[in-house]
Design a protein. Structure first.
Length: 80
């Protein structure tokens, strides 16, 4: 049996920052709840930022957010 590593996907900084500040996004939400929020986020971006399109799926945006949040928690614990 072979271990499978999660697929690494690039999410640009603009998208990552905008999503992390989107209403309802916080570390206490489940991944499924965050995906629903990310789908709403995609709709808002397409409506209010005409001509802009996101290059990632809702799942990729959420996985990036979770990864960044986990790294921040680890760094917090490490650096105190």
């Amino acid at each position: 049996m072979e271990n499978v590593k999660p697929k690494e996907v690039f999410v640009d900084q603009w998208t990552a920052d905008l999503f992390s500040n989107f209403t309802g996004v916080n570390e206490d939400e489940s991944r499924n709840d965050l995906i629903q929020i990310a789908e709403e986020f995609e709709d808002v971006v397409s409506t209010h930022f005409e001509g802009m399109s996101l290059n990632n799926t809702a799942e990729e945006i959420v996985d990036n957010y979770i990864s960044i949040a986990n790294n921040a928690v680890t760094a917090d614990r490490f650096y105190g």
